[in-house]
Design a protein around this ligand. Sequence first.
Ligand code: FAD
Ligand code: SF4
Length: 312
Amino acid sequence: MTVHKTYLQPASVHEAINMAVHAENDFRFLAGGTDVMVNRFQGNETSSCLIDLSGIHALKEVKKDGDYLMIGSLVALHDLQNHIEIANEFPVVIEAAHAVGSPLIRRTATVGGNILCENRCIFYNQSDWWRNAVGFCLKCEGNICIATGSIKHCYSEFVSDMAPALISLDALVEISDPEGVRRIKLEDIYTGDGVRPRNLDRNAVITSIGLPLHQEFHSVFNKLRQRESMDFTSLTTVVSLNKNGKVKIVLGGVDPKPVIVGGSRNSDIEVLVTQALKRSKAIDNEIFSRNYRRAMIRVFLERSFEKLFVEG
Ligand SMILES: Cc1cc2nc3c(=O)[nH]c(=O)nc-3n(C[C@H](O)[C@H](O)[C@H](O)COP(=O)(O)OP(=O)(O)OC[C@H]3O[C@@H](n4cnc5c(N)ncnc54)[C@H](O)[C@@H]3O)c2cc1C
Ligand code: SF4
């Protein structure tokens, strides 16, 4: 049997959506490809058609739109630092970008691809023959979770480093799909289901990520990983405080979706930390144990509040 593989390069978002509709779900959008291509090599991504968005120049712009700074979804992580408004108003975005992978990856990887990168698990991110030998799990069409024994739930970890920073700054995403264009809160695209971690229409293109201007955010970013270069997160925490005293805590790496806790400058820190711990469903499915990562949630959050409130 001949397997047909197609590679398409649309010049506009409209064209990309049309190509997607014609590919009838058997396709994958490609931005920098640093996540998609690894998943293809491991046999976890098998679409016949790749629709490469990288020729759509309109998605590489950063521009103001009313009270928002709109960052094009195809802006490379390395290039975020070249934009003065991002550096001045949202330095944590650059810090988070800098924590992703390696310098080479950051020159190719995009913001849009980062917020949509696939959830991870030590039993899933393996070669096809490894998974075949051990047994396929719920996330790759098996019938049991190898990590927990559950026949219902997958707790693959949400690992984007950019999303926690962006969500803590009240980011929204602009989405184009066959129905038109809309803007929603970034956190609303995540489901918490490790098998299908996002609820976007399959044909939807994320065109930009919007950040609210003039909020005078102060933010603290922390990332736990085995090696300071290259490794995916085992726990990312971001705590942001705006000019009105609103506090937003966002965790990555300890649940199938970003864990979010809201509060204010006057909140009891112990209560906020307890809520964050309660909402995180970390399991033993990566290099550091669940217990260690949970202990580090408290350590990172207490350090973050110390930095925000005591050191200013
Ligand atoms: C060695 C290594 C280390 C890494 N370390 C980290 C890390 O520390 N932290 C981290 O967060 N990530 C890490 N990554 C994962 C990945 O490199 C990043 O998440 C990267 O930002 C993904 O962006 P991309 O443009 O390459 O996405 P792609 O691989 O092109 O796409 C990722 C997903 O997003 C979809 N997509 C992309 N753009 C759009 C769009 N505009 N509209 C709709 N769908 C879209 C694709 O279809 C795909 O499902 C690492 C990867 C490797 C190989
Ligand atoms: S958490 Fe379980 S079902 Fe999900 S990817 Fe890991 S082993 Fe598979």
